[in-house]
Design a binder for this molecule. Structure first.
Ligand SMILES: [Zn+2]
Length: 448
């Protein structure tokens, strides 16, 4: 065997076969072989991670980068630096909240230009479905969009309006022909309108915000999407599932053989509405974080396959828009920024419930890569990209917003003790993060 560029070995390497000692041989950015720990091939450089675990790099399919146009919220440099520090080696950017939104080929090209040469990790793009852009979907797919995203309720920004049933049906027919997935923000306006708070109620109360976006909004949206999935054959992916009632529908859809997948997010798996203080708008997201009992049902959904994967839904905004001072849940921007903490937060909750690192690899790497059609990503296997995280699952740290690499130091995880420390992150064999170091910027490439 020719001399490898790099060998990384550890007593605990997480592959699809299990967790075992092994040595990864890496050349040209690709894993060329996986050998026994004691039979590492000859290489220019060697890294022995010892008892630290080698995990496949996290693939986060739900990231709002916001550049171009809202780079003061978050941009490619900051977000990918946060990604690298959090063990995330590929992000897929949502078609909003950048300006322009990614609903045309011209906008996709602007995005690609904004990211080029500035990302620390690999990145791809979802396109957007909005009323009237049906003719753009095939060109967007040809230009490299990995799939599409739509909203069924107002998205929070005017440039990305929601679609109704008619637009949705025609978009799903087109997307089915393109053999790409449609990602759906599953909340319908009807149940939200019926739950509107009485005028004069205190906008600082979390219970008020929670009641304003009831589980029925998610359930009715999922029912609509599943009906159109059956009708059109379009692959659908439900983003950020928050409600327990949704899980039964997803299980039934799977039993019926529908091409449906679903995700939840670290914040729904970590927090519970009973613990969120009034005025604590860092916790505001849509759909909202629900009760403790729902959180446990979401974990059950991951365990039994009703939910396929975990994605961060990293959606930052400047402090003023989060209304931190007034604590106004009605006016605050809905979004939690957690890209850098997603792996550790999910591991913290998973470990406490008896899951292991193979589950983490499946939920955070393998299945998101499959959703986005990234065959070279998401697992440690010969022929795959050498996207590797050196992870110490037994170490702990306290989440400190000031040390996060995202643009704004706002996070509901502030002060929490989390398990699992990222020691190093490799993207295609290049170290893009080493604990305590600034890391390498600019080697990230677009995936398509
Ligand atoms: Zn989102």
């Amino acid at each position: 065997m020719a001399r490898a560029d790099l060998v990384i070995r550890s007593r605990r390497v997480v592959t699809q076969q299990g967790i075992a000692p092994a040595a990864l041989a890496i050349s040209g950015g690709v894993i060329t072989a996986i050998r026994d720990y004691d039979a590492a091939p000859d290489a220019l450089r060697h890294l022995d991670a010892g008892d630290a675990v080698l995990l496949p790099g996290v693939v986060d399919t739900h990231v709002h980068v916001n550049e171009p146009g809202r780079t003061e919220w978050e941009g490619f440099e900051t977000v990918t630096r946060a990604a690298a520090a959090g063990g995330v080696t590929t992000i897929v950017d949502m078609p909003l909240n950048s300006l322009p939104v990614t609903t045309t080929v011209a906008a996709l090209e602007l995005k690609a230009r904004a990211a080029a040469g500035r990302a620390a990790v690999d990145y791809g793009f979802w396109g957007g479905v909005v009323p009237g852009n049906g003719a753009e979907l095939a060109p967007l797919a040809r230009a490299g969009a990995l799939g599409f995203k739509c909203f069924l309720v107002p998205s929070g920004i005017d440039e990305f309006p929601a679609v109704g049933e008619g637009d949705l049906r025609s978009a799903m027919t087109r997307i089915a022909a393109l053999e790409l997935p449609l990602l759906v923000h599953a909340e319908l306006p009807g149940p939200i309108a019926r739950a509107a708070p009485v005028p004069g109620s205190d906008p600082r109360r979390y219970a008020g915000y929670l009641a304003s976006r009831p589980p029925a909004a998610e359930l009715e949206a999922v029912d609509l999407v599943l009906r159109l999935c059956r009708e059109t054959g379009c692959r659908v992916h439900i983003v950020h599932v928050s409600a327990a009632s949704t899980l039964e529908r997803l299980r039934a859809a799977r039993r019926a053989g529908l091409p449906v997948t679903a995700e939840t997010c670290p914040h729904y798996l970590t927090f519970a509405s009973e613990e969120i203080l009034d005025g604590a708008t860092a916790w505001k997201c849509a759909p909202p974080i629900r009760e403790r009992e729902v959180r446990e049902r979401l974990w059950q959904g991951l365990a039994d396959g009703a939910l396929d994967l975990v994605a961060s839904d990293h959606s930052p905004a400047p402090p003023a828009l989060k209304c931190l001072e007034t604590g106004d849940f009605v006016r605050a921007w809905g979004g939690v920024a957690s890209l850098e903490l997603a792996l550790s937060a999910t591991w913290t909750g998973a470990r406490a419930r008896g899951h292991d690192l193979r589950d983490i690899a499946r939920w955070l790497a393998e299945r998101p890569a499959r959703l986005a059609g990234l065959a070279a990503k998401g697992r440690l296997a010969p022929g795959g990209d050498a996207d590797v995280v050196v992870f110490d699952p037994d170490a702990q740290f306290t989440a400190d917003p000031a040390r996060l690499r995202q643009r704004h130091p706002i996070t509901p995880y502030a002060g929490m003790t989390l398990a699992g420390v990222v020691r190093r992150t490799f993207v295609r064999g290049t170290c893009v993060y080493e604990e305590g170091e600034r890391g390498t910027q600019g080697i990230g490439r677009r995936v398509r």
